[in-house]
Design a protein around this ligand. Structure first.
Ligand SMILES: [Zn+2]
Length: 235
């Protein structure tokens, strides 16, 4: 129920933002303003996310089983995020039992768990709207059962890249082109579907990652407000 309320709030804010960007008379300076939506990507301002800063991120694990299972996939995604944004993401060996929804200092805590039936990543932010910290819960049931193109490993790569994409600030795109669809599209599991590309963000996702990063040095659109709800979880 909480999630529904957050989603409705995000929708309203995004519409307001879009109207401001499109307003005649501001077009001459539009490139100075942050952008939150494009074809195949979305930045969820309703969750408080405005941009991705320069600071490095670190991935930790809830327990040793999660660490053993998830580390190879986390490393693949970390490299892809760094390649797209220039932001360093380090996969540590640290195990922490912290259950906070919003680990601070750009820390992501990953957990493979049977306590959820859908994988999810929380989205947290600083006071100025920088993405900051996340908990990623990967549902054990899906991890064990789901295949894509007949492969468990393709699903594993995609679900980790998808949830970590949420962690650093991307939402689900509202519009997209197909072949390949954005990896951040969600349940449809678009994107590249071979073992060599399954963890790769598509060009549409990369446009979103670059916009997220570029927003750090742009101005907020006038009258656009950061929803102060923090720790909202998106699946
Ligand atoms: Zn999602």
């Amino acid at each position: 129920m909480i999630r529904s309320r957050i989603a409705a709030s995000a929708f309203t804010l995004t519409l307001a933002t879009a109207a401001i960007i499109a307003a005649p008379g501001r077009a001459h300076s539009a490139t100075l303003y942050r952008t939150y939506d494009g074809t195949g990507w979305h930045i969820p301002t309703g969750n408080g996310i405005q941009y991705l800063g320069t600071g490095s991120w670190r991935i930790q694990f809830y327990d040793t089983t999660s660490r053993t299972t998830l580390t190879p996939y986390a490393k693949l995604t970390a490299a892809n995020i760094t390649k797209a944004t220039g932001v360093t993401v380090t996969v540590t060996t640290t195990v922490t039992k912290s259950t906070t929804a919003c680990p601070t200092g750009r820390t992501i805590i990953m957990r493979l768990t049977s306590t959820v039936t859908r994988s999810a990543g929380s989205q947290c932010h600083t006071a100025t709207g920088a993405a900051d910290g996340s908990r990623v819960s990967i549902a054990t049931s899906n991890w064990t059962a789901v295949t894509l193109n007949g492969s468990h490993d393709i699903y594993h790569r995609k679900v980790v890249s998808h949830e970590l994409g949420h962690s650093i600030g991307l939402g689900h795109p509202k519009t997209w082109t197909t072949n390949p669809s954005p990896l951040m599209r969600g349940d449809v599991w678009g994107g590249n579907t071979t073992l060599t590309t399954a963890d790769d963000y598509t060009s549409q996702d990369i446009n979103g990652l670059k916009a997220l990063r570029a927003n750090a040095t742009k101005l907020r659109p006038p009258a656009a407000a950061i929803n102060t709800l923090n720790g909202a979880t998106t699946q």
